[in-house]
Design a binder for this molecule. Structure first.
Ligand SMILES: [Zn+2]
Ligand SMILES: [Zn+2]
Ligand SMILES: [Zn+2]
Ligand SMILES: [Zn+2]
Length: 237
């Protein structure tokens, strides 16, 4: 079926098969005239479909696309003709004139109009059209395959990015669990150190306190001694 093909080679501006097709940098195709007319009414040169910026130097005829359109038109014309009867001679169109590119009847063949022209049986011509169309479609299909490949690769990358993000998330979570454990340990150690230091300080303070009390006690004993001695001396006098 060429229904899909016909859509691909139809200009979205004029809704007809491409005439002198050009491909803009966004990849959209139009008839050269359709783009030029479209741009005349605009202040900027953008794609009539996607509005992507374009420039006049993009307007180079897409030969591949033009060949496809030409071959497609020939095949279509042939298909219509091959089922018809010669309007002049009322005979079946069994031959194809290569010079005039049209189906003719056996009486047309011997007429002056087709003198010295080359002919093919119409079935053979049909086969050649099909091959020609397939050949001109080849680059077109190759491009499609490449695009499909790229899309596939791109999807693969997306999946990779997804997996990568999942992995990173897991890693971050694991790292933070470790970090929390480490911080918890560190907190415990610091608190233990602090407690030890506090106890040591308390012990030192207690020691100082005790020695001070002892000093005071010995001082007060000394005072008592002195007073006693002074009292004794008083009694002597
Ligand atoms: Zn057009
Ligand atoms: Zn576009
Ligand atoms: Zn005829
Ligand atoms: Zn002819």
């Amino acid at each position: 079926s060429t229904g899909g093909l016909e859509d691909d080679i139809t200009c979205s501006v004029c809704q007809e098969l491409f005439k002198d097709p050009v491909t803009l940098r966004c990849g959209h195709n139009f008839c050269r005239e359709c783009v030029c007319e479209y741009w005349k009414e605009k202040t900027s040169q953008s794609c009539p479909i996607c509005r992507a910026d374009s420039v006049t130097s993009d307007l180079i005829t897409n030969q591949t696309l033009r060949n496809i359109v030409e071959t497609y038109k020939k095949e279509k014309k042939y298909k219509v003709q091959s089922k018809s009867i010669c309007s002049e001679h009322k005979e079946k169109l069994k031959l194809y004139c290569l010079e005039d590119q049209e189906a003719i009847c056996v009486i047309c063949q011997v007429s002056r109009k087709h003198e010295n022209h080359k002919f093919l049986p119409i079935e053979e011509a049909a086969q050649e059209f099909k091959e020609e169309l397939n050949n001109s479609l080849k680059p077109f299909q190759d491009t499609r395959e490449k695009i499909a490949e790229l899309i596939e690769k791109y999807r693969g990358n997306l999946v990779n990015i997804h997996d990568e993000a999942d992995k990173t998330e897991k890693q971050i979570k694991e790292d933070f669990v470790k970090l929390h454990q480490f911080l918890h340990e560190e907190e415990k150690n610091l608190l233990a150190d602090l407690k030890k230091e506090k106890e040591e300080k308390e012990q030192k303070m207690r020691a100082i306190e005790e020695s001070t009390v002892q000093d005071l006690m010995s001082v007060s004993k000394m005072i008592t001694d002195i007073q006693q001695k002074m009292d004794e001396e008083d009694q002597i006098f």
